[in-house]
Design a protein around this ligand. Structure first.
Ligand code: 0O2
Ligand code: 0O2
Length: 205
């Protein structure tokens, strides 16, 4: 039995704080040297103890295996403007030496049955504590603002109705996820056309 949850969660809390700073720093660097940044904003949280316990029961995870099997105790979210930015951010993380990708789930190309879209990366990250280095797993979810809008509302509706959303509502949520994705695609096309126009104009000048 984990008696002292505060101590157990300490390395995760340190990791979330450090990773938020590091990922937000990337946005600052982009804006310093370029006109746009693939990262719009970054949020992070340590999973609340009640949610950890609920997930342990649901996924039959025992305490000895919680550190390897519950990959989202430390959770980061990177919100981007365009779908293409998701893949750019994933590559940025892949090339970092302080975060090692151990698993990837592309729910952007292969959305979940609910309609959910996001790119999930599980990374190994080392925090330096007073008693030495400690490796933890963290889950980074990379998604557009439109995917975030949908997931935030769908998550709160599911929470409110305790996962018992009526089938017709679930269907509407699923089709609204498609509408959200069409919006993403339209925005990407608009950007691409504007870029083409700009490069044509600069060639002409
Ligand atoms: P958390 O743990 O509070 O970070 P902060 O580190 O947030 O205290 P900052 O960078 O001044 O300091 O905060 P910011 O950028 O104003 O964001 C406040 C919170 O709202 C952050 O995270 C953001 O990631 C989140 N957020 C949600 N929607 C938006 C948005 O459209 N634009 C921006 N810039 N931020 C947004 P949390 O989850 O509160 O965590
Ligand atoms: P939180 O912190 O409340 O968001 P699972 O067994 O599905 O819980 P698994 O297989 O470990 O999880 O990982 P997966 O599916 O890669 O990621 C789970 C997380 O992705 C969820 O965390 C959500 O944040 C998000 N997610 C996955 N599917 C959906 C969905 O259909 N709708 C929404 N809104 N979010 C989804 P938690 O556990 O809900 O935690």
């Amino acid at each position: 039995m984990i008696k002292d949850w505060k101590s157990f969660l300490l390395p995760y809390a340190v990791a979330v704080e450090e990773m938020k700073v590091k990922l937000r720093e990337l946005r600052k660097q982009y804006l310093q040297y370029e006109e746009e940044s693939p990262i719009e904003f970054v949020t992070g949280r340590v999973k609340p103890v009640d949610s950890i316990k609920e997930k342990m029961q649901r996924r039959h995870i025992d305490e000895q295996h919680i550190e390897e099997e519950m990959q989202d105790i430390a959770g980061l979210r990177i919100i981007v403007q365009f779908v293409e930015d998701i893949y750019e951010v994933v590559e940025l993380i892949r090339h970092r030496e302080d975060m090692t990708i151990v698993e990837e789930r592309d729910y952007v190309k292969y959305n979940k049955a609910s309609g959910y879209r996001s790119y999930h990366i599980v990374v190994e990250y080392t925090v330096e504590l007073v008693n030495g280095p400690h490796k933890i797993l963290a889950e980074i979810q990379v998604r557009t603002m439109s995917m975030n809008f949908w997931a935030t509302i769908e998550h709160s509706l599911n929470y409110k109705y305790q996962g018992q959303v009526p089938p017709d509502v679930a269907k509407r949520l699923e089709s609204s996820a498609e509408v959200a994705f069409q919006l993403d695609q339209e925005m990407s096309e608009i950007r691409s056309e504007l870029r083409q126009n700009n490069s044509q104009e600069s060639k002409n000048n």
